[in-house]
Each structure stands twice: as C-alpha cells, then as structure tokens.
Design a protein around this ligand. Structure first.
Ligand code: ZN
Length: 148
C-alpha cells in the first residue's frame, strides 16, 4: 500500500507531465502553478480516513483547534454550570468527531468522493480548471491504491 511520500511523488510527477503538456499547448507557467499544487495536494486527501496518515493528523489538529476556540468562546457559560464542563465538552466532542471519520478505503476511496471533491473545489474557487485538477489528483490516488 503506497504511503504519503509515494502518493506525493507520483502526483508531483504526473502533475508536472500534465502541466508541461499544457504549457506546450499554450498555457503560461504562472497559470499552471495553482492547478499543479491542487492536483498534488488533492492526491493526498483520500487517506484522511487512514488512522495513521498525515492528512488524518492534520484534520484532527484542525478539529481540535476549532473545538478549543469554541470552548474558549462559550467557556463562561460552560464553567458556570461546572468547572469540569468545558473539559468534558472539549474531550467529548473531539472523541465523537474523531469516530465519525469512516473506515480506511471506505467512502473516501470512491468515485463519488472524486466527483464530490472536484465539485467542492470548483464551488470554493469558482474555477472549473481547479475543480478538474482537484478531481484528477484525487482520482490518481485511487488509481495508485488500486494498482499497488
Ligand atoms: Zn489511499
């Protein structure tokens, strides 16, 4: 099973080949930098469901940061009920949210996820090229997992 480094290297190589091809078809190098970056990073996203992956650790840190921020915002309300309630809130929600991530090679490793990822990036950026590169990078990850 290819790991983080293998997925990143293969995605960077495939992304570079695609960008060189687009360059020779008339695209400017500066217009290809963001699609290349999105392609390479999108190839790392599917392993967010792997318990030991770097994307999973990044998502966990993000969730923890958001929960700590929320806890600070509502701390007076929680602490007025009990001094332990802010800590129970923080730990409890973190454990619940962590359990909501599906099992490895589940829904995050599916064609539906490829399409959904492309739509999310297209909706977030308003750029169809970014959406296509995001979906292609995500799909490359699935192809690599399938091949090895
Ligand atoms: Zn994978």
């Amino acid at each position: 099973m290819p790991g983080f480094r293998a997925h990143l290297i293969i995605a960077a190589l495939v992304g570079a080949v695609i960008c060189v091809a687009l360059y020779y078809l008339g695209s400017s190098p500066s217009s290809l930098f963001l699609p290349f970056t999105v392609f390479a990073l999108s190839s790392l996203v599917p392993d967010v469901d792997s318990p030991t992956s770097k994307p999973r650790h990044a998502v966990r840190l993000l969730i923890l940061g958001v929960l700590i921020s929320i806890t600070f915002l509502i701390y007076p309300t929680l602490a007025s009920v009990s001094v332990f309630l802010p800590f129970i809130f923080l730990i409890g929600f973190f454990l619940v949210l962590d359990q909501l991530i599906p099992p490895h090679r589940g829904v995050f490793h599916s064609i539906i996820a490829v399409i959904f990822w492309g739509i999310i990036l297209f909706a977030a950026t308003g750029n169809a090229i970014i959406g296509v590169f995001a979906a292609a990078g995500y799909g490359l990850h699935l192809l690599i997992d399938f091949a090895f």
